[in-house]
Design a protein around this ligand. Structure first.
Ligand code: FCB
Length: 429
């Protein structure tokens, strides 16, 4: 059984659903730019319209209310609030989120906004993006502008979404915006995002925010073979892609990465290590790891075999979530704040009879329950995602929604999994 105040929710992100990319003064983001570069996004898709949520938000909030969900994790588009990434707020941009949080309050749903879910204002990228330390200060200023408007109605603030993915996919491998392939030279982007997080925590609290956290992507490193070399490679992967993003926040120090850390200045770790009220965990699957095959990275990534896979080809490993939660508790002990699963979900084909999704979610909810049984303090679970949406470099091909979206008509149709989730929530209250 889950506690009656367990926060069942759904999650989305601004760029993936809003559309209206040129409306009410919104400026361009790195993802708008990236979508226009040939070959970057599957089938040349853009998010110009996406789910048209900017105009259909009330209908979408009704869908969340229809689930009986207690919380909604959405993201705020920085380029709507500050079209160039700095300076005064664009009040029309803030008005949209004002309406949204009022709409949530009217429906009795807690607001859980994420301040940065990858849509960096393009002018900031032109000045170096997250390679530039100054971006951390710009982020804190933006956070303050949003909090001044919304802090009285927000339940839990999430500063950043998955800084690991921004570093790795965006700046190291170049497969997400801004498409830079710096490999290990991308390391400062981790620190600058974490510094931005720490500075934003302070700015949010100054503006009256009550609860603040971060949503980290955790992909446990599973050695593919039982050899010392694979185990060593997995430990290196874990340090670089998982613990690098949690240790500084929860322990005030970096794991030993064996890399040049001269971008870290005196005092930064105190800023980053400021207390937080929640750790958001986004979990999709573990990653198979083998010994490196060249000098570019200290590990090689491999598909994990022996598991069923989702439409993305990702292995379905609910036990990985159970083990991850127990590992977090063991690693951080009393320093671990209450945990929220801020994303968990899967893409399958378009069909409305999505038994596979129900099975996936049921097993992952079970994994959370098992971890809670083992004593891990988990307070909420957010399904990714409410709606089918723009899945980054994969465009509109993947279907992650509890609700199907017909992109030609923008018609929303709840899938079987929507009814399953509604019944689960009703049964646990
Ligand atoms: C996560 C992202 C989210 C979504 C899911 C499938 O890494 O945070 O926006 O794309 O993957």
């Amino acid at each position: 059984m889950f506690p009656t105040d367990f926060q069942w929710g759904v999650a989305t992100a601004a760029f993936q659903i809003e559309g209206a990319t040129e409306e009410d003064g919104r400026g361009p983001s790195t993802w708008d730019t990236f979508c226009r570069e040939p070959g970057r996004v599957r089938d040349g898709h853009t998010a110009d319209v996406a789910c048209d949520h900017y105009h259909r938000w009330a209908e979408d909030l009704d869908l969340i209310a229809g689930l009986g969900a207690r919380a909604y994790r959405f993201s705020i588009a920085w380029p709507r609030v500050q079209p160039t990434g700095s300076g005064a707020a664009n009040s029309k941009g803030l008005d949209f989120y004002d309406r949204l949080v009022d709409g949530l309050a009217e429906r009795g749903i807690a607001a859980v906004p994420t301040l940065y879910h990858w849509d960096l204002p393009q002018p900031l990228e032109d000045a170096g993006g997250w390679m530039n330390r100054d971006t951390a200060h710009r982020f804190a200023e933006y956070a303050a502008l949003v909090a001044e408007r919304l802090a009285d109605r927000v339940d839990l603030w999430i500063t950043l979404n998955e800084p690991m993915v921004v570093m790795a996919y965006g700046y190291a491998f170049g497969i997400y915006a801004p498409g830079r392939a710096l490999m290990l030279d991308a390391l400062p982007t981790a620190h600058h995002q974490l510094l931005g997080h720490g500075l934003a925590v302070a700015a949010l609290r100054d503006a009256g925010a009550e609860r603040v956290g971060i949503a980290n992507h955790h992909t446990p490193a599973w050695p593919v073979d039982d050899t010392a070399e694979d185990a060593e490679a997995a430990a290196a992967f874990d340090d670089l892609l998982n613990w690098q993003f949690a240790d500084p926040i929860l322990l005030g120090r970096y794991p030993d990465l064996g890399l040049d850390m001269s971008h870290v200045r005196d005092g930064d770790l105190e800023v980053i290590g400021a207390p937080i009220d929640a750790l958001g965990v986004n979990y999709y699957h573990p990653t198979g790891i083998a010994a490196p095959t060249d000098d570019s990275l200290p590990f090689a990534m491999r598909d994990l075999t022996g598991f069923p896979t989702t439409g993305m080809g990702w292995p379905v490993v609910p036990d990985g979530l159970h083990r991850l939660l127990v590992d977090l508790r063991d690693r951080y002990g009393a320093a671990l704040p209450p945990v929220y699963i801020t994303e968990s979900g899967c893409s399958y084909d378009e069909s409305l009879d999505d038994d596979a999704r129900i099975g996936f979610l049921n097993a992952h909810v079970g994994a959370v329950q098992a971890a809670m049984h083992d004593g891990v303090d988990v307070r909420g679970y957010f399904v990714w995602s409410l709606l089918d949406n723009f899945e980054w470099a994969e465009g509109y091909a993947p279907r992650f929604g509890l609700v199907h979206v017909d992109y030609a008509t923008q018609r929303r149709t709840p899938r079987a999994s929507y009814g399953w989730y509604r019944d689960l929530i009703a049964g646990s209250s």
